[in-house]
Design a binder for this molecule. Structure first.
Ligand SMILES: *Cc1c(COP(=O)(O)O)cnc(C)c1O
Length: 385
């Protein structure tokens, strides 16, 4: 980024960065470059671009934008969050071991347990709220400590710097799925994390209209390895979708701010409701990870989970709540209510889910841009017998 821009706050950088207009035309929206291949003037010196899997100007704009926002050296755009995460795991080799946070995203759980195992890559799941447990899980062949904080769906908080310290002492890399908070609220690379991963399908694009993944590497060496994997595996993001994510990014700060404000109000409302057994939201002072969370993040975020009595109570509530869409996914302009046991975590066997405390009465809410008062009124009527 050019120097005069680096002083800007995050909010301003979302708009005023090196991509604020196209240098060729002055267009204030990034051009969508559909070409799959690029003419070369002679075979001794290829131009900047040769083939779009290896590099494309629209995709590169998005990749540079996320790298700047996360404070890393290089960004990578993928066809989905899982494509980014799966490509990251390809940094591992047969015989390696990875330590993964307990209530990791369901798709990541599936990748680790049913795909990596076939390639001879072992794993241990640990409760990452407990640094001693993380330390104990590290083996001589451990290469990666994989974090997600706050986690999905129980919003458990991992001490990022604590895990980074353990990783450094043991020669491991750290990966962190930053989907729930985005760099607006949490910048893991500044805390020493090596590779940040995103489902850009969620808050970064923000409108439930694109599937995308992003990754950002902390240093050049890892970036070069990761680029080779992106190019080899080839799960790159298409240019139309890159443009949609870039457009979403422009409003990231206002969306996160408003959604987070709503989430805090709703968390307080639910916490005092007699039909709610428990609220999981790091913004609540009584959340066990509250102080660790606010040391490493600028806000509680816009996702919370809450537990009702049982499946029947969930059924009644979801049938009567009118405002949120009832769907998988999160991080959108509209509020999204989901039922993790049957949706995001359906890939997890019952026993595993139980062990992790993802109980039958659990609902997850991603707060959108509606008036929080309207949402609370809607929930109030949905709780009526
Ligand atoms: C949605 C999600 C993913 C997977 O991303 P896709 O874009 O759906 O492939 C990974 N991690 C978290 C935390 C998510 O919410």
């Amino acid at each position: 980024m050019n120097n005069e821009l680096s002083d800007y706050t995050f909010q301003t950088k979302l708009l005023h960065n090196n991509h604020k207009f196209d240098p060729n035309t002055g267009a204030v929206s990034v051009p969508i470059q559909h070409a799959s291949t690029f003419h070369q003037s002679d075979f001794d010196s290829f131009g900047q671009y040769d083939y779009s899997r290896s590099g494309n100007p629209t995709r590169e704009t998005l990749e540079a934008a996320i790298a700047e926002l996360e404070g890393g050296v290089r960004g990578f755009a993928f066809a989905s969050g899982m494509a980014a995460i799966s490509t990251a795991f390809m940094l591992l080799s047969k015989g390696d071991h990875v330590v993964v946070t307990d209530d990791v995203y369901g798709g990541t759980f599936r990748m680790v347990t049913s795909v990596l195992t076939r390639f001879g890559i072992e794993h241990t799941f640990v409760d990452m709220t407990n640094l001693d447990a993380v330390a104990k899980a590290i083996q001589p062949n451990t290469k990666v400590l994989y974090m997600e904080t706050p986690s999905n769906p129980l919003l458990k908080v991992t001490d990022i710097e604590g895990v980074v310290k353990l990783a450094k002492a043991n020669g491991c890399l750290t990966f962190l799925d930053n989907t729930f908070l985005t760099p607006y609220l949490q910048r893991p690379i500044e805390l020493g994390v090596d590779l940040v991963l995103h489902s850009a399908t969620k808050f970064l694009s923000g409108h439930s209209d694109v599937l995308a993944g992003l990754a950002v590497a902390k240093d050049e060496e890892l970036a070069a390895q990761f680029y080779a994997l992106q190019n080899s595996f080839g799960a790159v993001l298409g240019v139309q979708d890159c443009w949609l994510v870039l457009r979403g990014l422009k409003t990231l700060s206002v969306r996160m701010e408003q959604s987070q404000k709503g989430a805090a109000e709703i968390a307080h409302y639910l916490a005092s409701h007699p039909k709610v057994k428990h609220v999981y939201y790091p913004g609540l002072a009584e959340h066990p990870g509250h102080s660790v969370h606010f040391r490493q993040a600028a806000g509680g975020g816009a996702v919370l989970s809450f537990e009702l009595e049982d499946t029947d109570a969930v059924r009644r509530f979801t049938a009567r709540a009118k405002i949120p869409v009832f769907a998988v996914s999160l991080g959108a302009v509209e509020s999204i209510l989901s039922y993790p046991p049957k949706m995001s975590h359906a890939a997890m066997p019952d026993a595993e889910r139980d062990k992790r405390g993802i109980r039958d009465g659990l609902l997850r809410l991603s707060v959108g841009l509606e008036s929080p008062d309207d949402l609370i009124r809607d929930f109030e009527q949905a709780f009526q017998d």
